[in-house]
Ligand binder design. Structure first.
Ligand code: FPP
Length: 261
């Protein structure tokens, strides 16, 4: 039985590009090229499915440790993505935001990011957030520091979770109900640490370039069957479900074909 409405916000850890390439005896960077192409497909699929928020982990604060050629290929793909996709984003109602410490990026990439954010700022259909040079610990520490700067007369004793959240890079986005990680690993890898306290975690062995609309549909079907308790008991959840049944939002029902053009 379906119990969950369609998730409003999905976060994705796009893992497995390197292994996808290795299995085909190709350089890792080819895996990233395929991965970037798949970003386009999945963003389009989410937009068509009515997902309102999609947050993608494109480059972690730890990814600088990779070989310099790979880092530079990833930066190049990010730049290319912005240059190629912003017009389509504008036309299809997608608002782009980038979270993470962008000061480490080349000036050209920084200015393209700023421009893309400005160009899509009025869109509201799908809020696409790309996490680049992002780390969950960085986000929380940064939020604490900016909270302190904004509240000079106060001490940490005055800070609560809601106040801190207003300083996170994700302020304004709802917490993700579903996080999908491709590539066969079952960990969060310093992604949205604060924001995923009650997020349902879905892991698939598919490598990111192979994670297509059908695989997304499967993840949504899995999510639809989760019982989300938020610290309450099953009985409490059942009584809330009964009480709100008349006003329930449509449950996620992806039993039919999901047509992604
Ligand atoms: C993880 O695969 C993937 C990354 C570190 C980068 C993700 C980048 C893209 C999907 C393409 C560029 C992004 C945009 C937004 C255009 P991995 O290299 O760790 O794979 P492995 O675990 O198999 O080695």
């Amino acid at each position: 039985m379906n119990t969950q409405p369609v998730p409003q916000h999905i976060a994705m850890i796009m893992d497995g590009n390197g292994r996808w390439a290795k299995q085909r005896l190709l350089p890792r960077t080819v895996g990233h090229v395929k991965g970037a192409a798949n970003v386009r497909h999945i963003v389009k699929a989410c937009n068509q499915l009515g997902i309102e928020y999609l947050t993608l982990f494109a480059f972690s604060s730890e990814n600088w440790r990779r070989p310099v050629e790979e880092v530079s290929a990833l930066m190049g793909l990010f730049l290319q993505y912005l240059e190629n996709e912003v017009a389509e984003m504008k036309a299809s109602g997608i608002r782009l935001r980038v979270i993470g410490d962008r000061s480490a990026f080349a000036p050209l990439l920084q200015s393209r990011i700023d421009q893309a954010e400005q160009d899509t700022a009025h869109n509201t259909k799908l809020h696409l957030t790309i996490a680049a040079n992002y780390g969950g610990q960085w986000d929380v520490l940064n939020a604490m520091r900016t909270w302190q700067l904004a509240n000079p007369g106060k001490t940490l004793q005055d800070m609560d979770a809601d106040a801190l959240a207003t300083h996170l890079s994700t302020f304004g986005l709802p917490d993700p109900e579903l996080m999908i990680r491709t590539g066969g690993e079952s960990r969060i890898s310093n992604f949205l640490l604060w924001q995923t306290v009650y997020t349902e975690l879905y892991f698939t062995d598919l490598h990111w370039p192979d994670f297509d609309a059908a695989a997304l549909k499967k993840a949504l079907q899995w999510y639809a069957k989760r019982v989300r308790r938020f610290g309450r008991t099953d009985e409490q959840v059942a009584s809330t479900v009964t009480a709100s049944a008349d006003q329930a939002q449509p449950a996620a029902d992806f039993g039919g074909e999901v047509k992604i053009s």
